[in-house]
Write a protein that binds this ligand. Structure first.
Ligand SMILES: [Fe+2]
Length: 228
């Protein structure tokens, strides 16, 4: 990990991944989208204010994207002082600073999202962490496989924070699934024009360059006949 993740491995040290245990069995979920679309979604954070209203209620929009090492995208979100109007989000905001006493204070207010090319995601929360892999399942289909890990013997406060975190992130996951489905339909609509749309899509650009390098068909101006 140190070799690939470089400095990022150092910033993750306080979370003590090596002491963590699985909190749930590995799950798989089928998304009706190309795996590339799902990965594109995890490589930028500017869809959050529109796509994830819950996250936007809890976190400021300073995502600290792009400051990273080659091949690993990172986004950091910082919790707002202002409490969310929604119960589970508000309870989490109130609880987490006390519940995550094992971390230095600033890290208790930070959610961290990492995406390692080509298909691995790692989310690091003060209460737990998760990983997910995006596995190709054929045209228009992919499998999202992952689970969560946390430090053993949680206090009641940490246990409650994990419950709330799971509830909030289940919603976020459903929103991403819905958003990606919309992108998939947009690509098939005939009016799609390739990006990049913005200079804050640097990681998406690197991802697409990697695909062009590794998959010859990716360099074709049109989809191969069997997929057209
Ligand atoms: Fe998202």
């Amino acid at each position: 990990m140190q070799k690939t993740w470089g400095k990022l491995a150092e910033e993750l040290a306080p979370y003590r991944f090596e002491d963590m245990v699985p909190l749930a069995p590995i799950t798989t979920d089928v998304w009706n989208v190309d795996w590339k679309i799902a990965m594109d979604n995890y490589l930028e954070s500017y869809h959050v204010p529109i796509g994830h209203p819950g996250l936007y209620r809890m976190f400021t929009p300073d995502y600290e994207d792009q400051a990273s090492v080659p091949g690993v995208a990172r986004g950091l979100s910082w919790m707002r002082e202002q409490l969310s109007s929604r119960w589970s989000e508000r309870m989490y905001q109130k609880l987490i600073v006390k519940a995550a006493g094992h971390l230095p204070e600033p890290l208790r207010r930070c959610w961290r999202f990492y995406s390692a090319l080509p298909n691995l995601g790692i989310d690091v929360f003060p209460d737990q962490m998760d990983f997910f892999q995006l596995l190709p399942g054929g045209p228009g289909k992919c499998i999202v496989r992952g689970t969560t890990f946390g430090l053993p013997d949680p206090s009641p406060a940490l246990r409650a924070a994990r419950f709330l975190s799971n509830r909030i992130n289940t919603q976020v996951n459903n929103e991403d699934k819905w958003l990606c489905g919309r992108v998939q339909r947009g690509l098939a609509s005939g009016s799609y024009k390739p990006g990049p749309l913005s200079n804050i899509e640097g990681w998406m650009h690197e991802f697409h360059n990697l695909l062009r390098e590794r998959i010859p068909e990716f360099r074709l101006p049109q989809a191969p006949k069997q997929f057209a």
